[in-house]
Design a binder for this molecule. Structure first.
Ligand SMILES: [Cu+2]
Length: 483
């Protein structure tokens, strides 16, 4: 570890000031914590998705805002968020990516009782980690999230990189009928057993995607763009015309070295986030598209544009200050002493027949799909969401160093999310992954195996599930207990 870090420091120094290693975030004394209070009221709401049209679309959202309000904290703050449930259903709110105590994780039937209709619940937790996060219900997620219940949650670094503009884009989609109202076909087995339920209209911060969604910049500015994929099933493959974007964080966790955004696009699966730094050095008046091209044989979709103002350039050369964000202090797993655990994924509409245990009985999953609403197994078990969940997938001892080998035997892609912990992605198809980035959600391509490593240091029963929310509803949801 020491050698690796020293080598890294040398290579970083050789690469110049813009890559200088930011100081690691220091611990914060309890007495220095500031409490930040918010209230979230999930409820029915009508919103104009297209500001140029008079049509109002019914959504479920927070505080009569769509998406929900951006919750902004400083690292080290203590959050107090009171949720008052005005939905026609029970709910519970999950803070995606945050390392919270188990009882604050917002998973009904596992970490708390659901918040009844008309009821309230106060979530209180410390924020040890900076970064780009989001919040959403974990109750009937396959319905409550696509109806519109999601919002961004930003925890600012102690010493953020210097930028002129910090933009948050919550990316999602919505399924509309010809009257521009939501199609209420949540939880169909056809979606559960395939790629999940996708909308037919892409949204950027709750508005229809397109060239009208502008990020106005002045020539010479440095832009930090935080992208959050809040869609239930849709992947985004994002590229920015005419600009070299540097990836500085995945899932809120600062990278040791910036990554150059791939020319064919940055892939962001459901639940995932990426932080980009762009030096906007084009001429005043220029317009550059931000495009989505996840579907290989379909034309790219314009999500929005970077629109340069007419003002003269702010500076002639990009800022020379570092672009990296300070990494969080995360417990470093030691692969040499880590224990190996395996999770095998099977099922889906395509591929070999799957035998799994359903309610204690071996069953052929494809035969019971329509009746049970289950299509997926993890380690040969298919379980319904939360309340009916019986057996944890794994039980780990507190402090255990863990390598989780995830083996995808399905013909489908799955963004796998673990609650309460970050993990390093250490292997892809059995080959070491040199970037070893920290994440809380990782993409498993069809037939791929992914190895992740972490220290199981946060006690409790934690969800581990696919973030294609229809897959989670259809059996691809389990728990990992840290005791
Ligand atoms: Cu999945």
């Amino acid at each position: 570890m020491l050698v690796r870090r020293r080598q890294f420091l040398q290579s970083a120094a050789a690469l110049g000031a813009s890559l200088a290693l930011p100081a690691v975030a220091a611990p914060i004394a309890a007495s220095a914590r500031k409490e930040s209070r918010f209230e979230l009221i999930p409820a029915d709401f009508k919103v104009a998705l297209d500001p140029a049209s008079p049509v109002q679309t019914g959504v479920w959202s927070f505080n009569d805002r769509f998406p929900g309000p951006l919750l902004r904290f400083r690292r080290g703050d203590r959050a107090s968020i009171t949720v008052r449930n005005q939905l026609p259903q029970e709910t519970a709110i999950h803070w995606h990516g945050l390392r919270v105590p188990n009882g604050m994780d917002g998973v009904p039937g596992v970490t708390q009782e659901p918040i009844p209709v008309g009821g309230r619940f106060e979530y209180r937790f410390d924020l040890p980690d900076s970064g780009t996060y989001w919040y959403h219900p974990h109750q009937a997620s396959f319905e409550q999230v696509p109806r519109g219940l999601y919002g961004a949650l930003i925890v600012e670094e102690d010493k953020p990189p210097r930028v002129d503009r910090d933009e948050v884009w919550v990316l999602s989609d919505i399924k509309l009928d010809e009257r521009r109202q939501q199609v209420e076909d949540f939880g169909r087995i056809l979606d559960i057993a395939n790629d999940g339920r996708r909308g037919n209209q892409l949204l950027v911060n709750g508005l229809v995607a397109g060239p009208e969604r502008k990020i106005a910049v002045r020539s010479g500015e440095r832009l930090r763009l935080r992208l959050i994929n809040a869609a239930s099933a849709r992947f985004f493959k994002l590229s920015i015309e005419g600009h070299a974007a540097s990836i500085v964080a995945w899932d809120g966790q600062g990278l040791e070295l910036p990554q150059t955004a791939p020319a064919d696009g940055i892939v962001l699966g459901p639940g995932m986030r990426v932080d980009l730094i762009l030096d906007c050095m084009e001429k005043p008046g220029g317009r550059f598209e931000i495009r989505e091209s996840a579907r290989p044989r379909s034309p790219a979709i314009v999500l929005g544009v970077i629109a340069y103002t007419a003002q003269p350039a702010l500076r002639a050369k990009p800022l020379a200050t570092p672009i990296l964000v300070p990494p969080n202090v995360l417990p470093e797993p030691d692969l040499a002493k880590a224990s190996d655990h395996y999770i095998m994924f099977q099922g889906g509409m395509r591929g070999a027949p799957t035998i799994g245990m359903v309610d204690g009985k071996p069953s052929r999953i494809q035969d019971i799909m329509a009746r049970q609403g289950l299509a997926w197994t993890m380690n040969y078990n298919a379980q319904h969401e939360h309340a009916l969940m019986h057996e944890p997938l794994l039980t780990l001892s507190r402090g255990e160093h863990v390598i989780l080998h995830m083996v995808n035997e399905t013909d489908f892609v799955h963004p796998m999310h673990l609650h309460g912990h970050f993990f390093r992605v250490v292997g892809i198809n059995g080959v070491a992954n040199p970037a070893r980035e920290w994440r809380d959600t990782v993409i498993m391509a069809p037939r791929q195996s992914i190895d992740v490593a972490f220290i199981a240091d946060n006690p409790g029963e934690w969800m581990y599930h696919c973030h294609i929310l229809d897959h989670a509803a259809g059996g691809m949801m389990g728990t990992i207990v840290v005791e």
